[in-house]
Design a binder for this molecule. Structure first.
Ligand SMILES: Cc1cc2nc3c(=O)[nH]c(=O)nc-3n(C[C@H](O)[C@H](O)[C@H](O)COP(=O)(O)O)c2cc1C
Length: 264
């Protein structure tokens, strides 16, 4: 699948087939995609524990549901707990040295010396590394990894939904992760019980309100030709709700014996 279509097809899939396991090699490809994502200073603080519902302890499974993710967690054969390990930030100087060795960062014969005398002291001596452990850049970079994993899931015919939770600390403790770690999000993974359209492409905020050119008062000009091109490439697809979405939802509710009119 072309990247443009993959971006367009990626939709949060909340109804997954509980009885169909996910092959480990498909999960591995998701993790491999996450590992290749860019991260400031090449720190790589993203981590994940893959929880297979059939294999995990009841204690761990009991920790996963949240007030905003009840039936989704119950249906999902796999939940990936994405978390951040802040001790990776402490090793940042070594990551920079690797980048210089690789010829990715800096230039000229003196670049190793410049790294040791100019760049690394900025991070280490001024306590910047400690500040960078706070929510911010690290979280953003982890999000890039999770986004790549999500596209890889869709490319392999899987459905996923990211689930925030008020219970991240409980999940961290049940999984036995040290307190240098912070749980970011739980991602359900499985084979979709919904049609591939998942009811149509979900609504988004207007382009003109989101992006500006040179000045906050100047919307970035949106060329209709580009919009048409992206429609042609299937990055833009039929907006939700498709005419038969209500019938599909009713069918899913019946199939999974869910409460009618439910959210969670
Ligand atoms: C970080 C993050 C957390 C989310 N948490 C939840 C959640 O707790 N429950 C849920 O049903 N959807 C959750 N979502 C999914 C969004 O609600 C979803 O993006 C939105 O429905 C738009 O649909 P789409 O992803 O299909 O385009 C989350 C998405 C992100 C990126």
């Amino acid at each position: 699948m072309e990247l443009r279509e993959a971006i367009g097809r990626r939709r949060s899939t909340r109804f997954l087939l509980p009885h169909q396991p996910v092959e480990r090699h498909k999960i591995q490809r998701m993790l491999e995609a996450a590992r290749l994502a860019s991260h400031w200073g090449n720190v790589g603080s993203l981590r994940a524990i893959v929880v297979e519902r059939d294999q995990a302890s009841q204690e761990v499974l009991d920790a996963l549901p949240s007030p905003v993710a009840g039936y989704q967690i119950r249906l999902a054969p796999v939940a990936i707990v994405w978390y951040l390990d802040n001790t990776a930030v402490d090793r940042q100087p070594d990551r920079l040295r690797e980048l210089v060795d690789a010829g990715a960062l800096g230039y000229g014969d003196d670049r190793h010396q410049a790294l040791e005398e100019q760049l690394i002291p900025i991070f280490v001596d001024k306590g910047v590394l400690e500040a960078l452990k706070q929510p911010g850049l690290n979280d953003l970079d982890c999000g890039q990894g999770i986004a790549q994993a999500t596209l890889m899931a869709f490319e392999q015919g899987l459905g996923t939904c990211l689930l925030g939770s008020a219970n991240h600390e409980r999940i961290r403790q049940r999984l036995g992760l040290p307190d240098t770690c912070r749980v970011l999000v739980v991602q359900t993974v499985g084979y979709p019980a919904e049609s591939p359209e998942c009811g149509g492409q979900r609504p988004r905020q207007p382009f003109e309100e989101m992006f500006q050119l040179n000045h906050p008062d100047t919307p970035f000009p949106r060329e209709p030709e580009v919009v048409e091109e992206l429609e042609h490439d299937r990055m833009f697809q039929t907006p939700a709700p498709l005419p038969w979405r209500e019938a599909e939802l009713a069918w899913l509710v019946k199939a999974f014996d869910l409460e009618g009119n439910g959210m969670l």
